[in-house]
Design a protein around this ligand. Structure first.
Ligand SMILES: Nc1ncnc2c1ncn2[C@@H]1O[C@H](COP(=O)(O)OP(=O)(O)OP(=O)(O)O)[C@@H](O)[C@H]1O
Ligand SMILES: [Mg+2]
Length: 392
């Protein structure tokens, strides 16, 4: 058992989502901006702030980590020790959850119950004062926190930096978000977070994506086990979104698919199969957000589609009745079914087209990107989560 040695993959950890590369492609200007913004912090221990914004997979988190690691090396070697704390606000989406993460920075065993936010913050503040080390707090995906109305923690962190300023160490703050959050901050925090602190991340170009995935492949894949065509195709596929995460996910999945194949290398066909899987992962949140009725309609469309290019909506509606029975949910009338179909079309999972047939107009439904089998399996999975044990 487990004795089979990989014939394609050299080091899978290089493809992990939290791997920090030791070279960032195309991010020199963002690194230079950060260096400028944090010079007072690195040189004179003055508290600084930065706001990183840009679309999905443009390297915001990777750049923040990379920059902080470099800055920590510099500061530590100049006798000013520096720590970094990254808090993902999607996972910790309340003041209390963020404060707990901060308290745990100093005390790993800090209990998650029994203390108010104020008490946790006080513990953090006292330990911070005593520590003799500066700290950069990175609030990643901070928009999730701010949308829930939690602005207080930002204000508290910026105030704290003023309080401990004279002690030879301080706290700095980096906020990361896909959209601009300046409008979500209150007046008090806004005064510290000026627009000029903002560092913007653009979508990657085709060439940058090709270089990112090429460099990552050199570390992750055994020599000679991926073709240039496959690498080009990964760049082609992720170019539309300029998204480096998509490129690396494609490499990861293609390498796993190739591992189970006899070809001995990753070729374009493996990338195509990976693309089908990654697409469904990309839009998964949209599919997950559909209510049960719409999930059932989409499952019915996927099942009815089989290998066809498109099917008449009446065929999907028949399958819909069967699927409703399977999940013990009442089937809605034709008009409602049609409204569901139109709603689902907005997610991009299906497409509809009205055609003139022999017996009048008919509506055809197609699946533009996701293989029907993949979609059906995904919807069954989501429905199982929504109605545990629901299917007979
Ligand atoms: N310039 C780059 N060079 C090498 N790898 C990169 C670069 N930019 C991003 N990556 C890699 O791409 C993936 C996604 O990057 P990252 O997580 O930083 O994106 P992000 O902008 O934070 O996205 P999101 O908004 O979804 O959080 C990571 O695996 C990261 O290591
Ligand atoms: Mg990120």
């Amino acid at each position: 058992m487990f004795e089979k040695v990989s014939s394609i993959i050299r080091d899978p950890s290089v493809l992990d989502y939290d791997y920090v590369p030791d070279y960032l492609v195309g991010r020199d200007s963002q690194m230079a901006s950060l260096e400028l913004l944090f010079r007072p912090f690195a040189e004179y221990t003055r508290s600084c702030t930065a706001m990183l914004t840009g679309p999905v997979g443009t390297g915001k988190t990777a750049t923040a980590r990379f920059f902080c690691a470099r800055m920590a090396e510099y500061c530590t070697s100049h006798g000013r020790p520096l720590d970094t704390l990254l808090v993902n606000c999607r996972n910790r989406n309340s003041d209390a959850a963020v404060t707990l993460a901060m308290a745990r920075h100093f005390d790993k065993g800090f209990p998650d119950r029994g203390f108010s936010s104020d008490e946790m913050f006080r513990s953090f503040r006292n330990r911070m004062r005593e520590s003799g080390r500066s700290l950069v707090i990175i609030l990643d995906e901070v928009d999730v926190l701010l949308k829930r109305g939690s602005v207080d923690i930002i204000y508290q962190i910026t105030r704290l930096s003023e309080e401990i300023r004279d002690r030879g160490h301080t706290v700095s703050l980096i906020m990361i978000s896909q959209e601009s959050v300046v409008d979500m901050l209150d007046e008090a925090s806004l005064s510290t977070f000026r627009r000029s602190n903002s560092v913007v991340f653009e979508r990657y170009t085709h060439d940058e994506l090709r270089e990112i995935v090429g460099r990552r492949a050199e570390l992750a894949i055994l020599p000679g086990c991926i073709s240039d065509d496959a690498l080009d195709m990964i760049a082609d596929n992720s170019e539309e979104y300029g998204d480096a995460r998509m490129a690396i996910e494609l490499l990861d999945r293609a390498s796993n698919i190739a591992e189970g194949d006899t070809a001995g290398e990753i070729n374009p066909e493996h990338v195509r199969s990976a693309r089908a899987m990654v697409y469904s992962a990309v839009s998964e949140s949209k599919l997950a957000a559909l209510d049960i009725n719409r999930k059932i309609v989409l499952l019915a469309v996927a099942r009815a589609m089989k290998t066809n290019r498109a099917i008449p909506s009446s065929v999907a509606e028949k399958t819909y009745a069967v699927v409703c029975e399977e999940y013990g949910v009442p089937a809605r009338k034709h008009t409602q079914f049609w409204l569901y179909v139109q709603d689902i079309e907005k997610t991009g999972a299906i497409r509809t087209l009205v055609k003139n047939g022999q017996n009048g107009r008919i509506t055809m439904i197609s699946l533009p990107d996701i293989p029907s089998k993949v979609l059906a399996a995904k919807m069954e999975d989501l429905l199982e989560k929504a109605i545990p044990g629901g299917a007979a």
